[in-house]
Design a protein around this ligand. Sequence first.
Ligand SMILES: *Cc1c(COP(=O)(O)O)cnc(C)c1O
Length: 237
Amino acid sequence: MLEKNFIQENLSTVQENIAAACAKCHRNPDEITLISVSKTKPVSMLQEAYDLGVREFGENKVQELCEKYEVLPDDIHWHLIGHLQRNKVKYVVDKAALIHSVDSIKLAEEIQKEATKKQITASVLLQVNVAKEASKSGFYEEELANAVEKIKSLDRIRIQGLMTIAPFVEDPEENRQFFSRLKQLSVDIKQKNIDNVTMNILSMGMTGDYQVAIEEGATHIRVGTGIFGSRNYKGNQ
Ligand SMILES: *Cc1c(COP(=O)(O)O)cnc(C)c1O
């Protein structure tokens, strides 16, 4: 019998957990997009995941995303999930299928400018710092309505939803409040029926807490360690 490899085992476990979380809250697992967060991992590991059927990859650095984009197949959807500096927008705007991390109006304006040059429409999420952690970027919820109001008029940007990075906690239940809050914020915006703004995507939940995030309405979960194993550097990235 063939032995299943590490990534394959991990993917199966994550998929089983997604199914279990969905069963618990009566959702269809097809509603959940699993993004394999491959930051710091070598191309060979991404290729392995690709060969197992993975098409959604998440990276947090522009340069790394671009390098991997160049050498891996073009039917991959690349998700930019890390903080985006304005001077790097031009490199990534036509490579990322979805930018999860729009955290300022100025950044949105730069995306508008570069998307116009390349004659594309950029799909983005607004990042919300629901837990108001000083170390994290993202709009505070009080700033969100104004941000949507400003960004909606940028015709090269489609706001497709919201994203949050919840605090690092031991017990994922501690983050339930933040996930449910993000869901509520998206419902509030959706109710306004704004042109150019859909709220179909809720990007929340990582290795430690994606099941809770699914129970609270996540459509996109971002799982790194749970698929590729632990990363080889210090810090919270
Ligand atoms: C690294 C990262 C993840 C994945 O984190 P894991 O805990 O390894 O699953 C998800 N989202 C963002 C924004 C990240 O930077």
